[in-house]
Design a protein. Sequence first.
Length: 107
Amino acid sequence: MAFKFTDSNVEETIASGKPVVIDFWATWCGPCVGMAPIVDELAEEYADKAVIGKYNVDEEGEFASANRVMSLPTILFFKNGEKTSIRLVGSQSKDSLKSKIEELLAL
């Protein structure tokens, strides 16, 4: 199951230094809802290597604004406590997302 990111836990999770993947989504976003099972699967698959989760922009907003998330879904990647240049916008296939996670782990 994907980790639930909130404005109160996201900075601390990133600061842990582990690779972090955040899917910014909303319930009204069709592509976001379609990707949810993929994010859940990858969160389980990479549970020992990375923190993969979802950030609901309707329930939270501060961190999304700070990272200029303007389209949904947007997926950001963090490693060693810092945002990487890897950023995905729009619906993604499992293979596409998996390749970016592998790229993140290789950094």
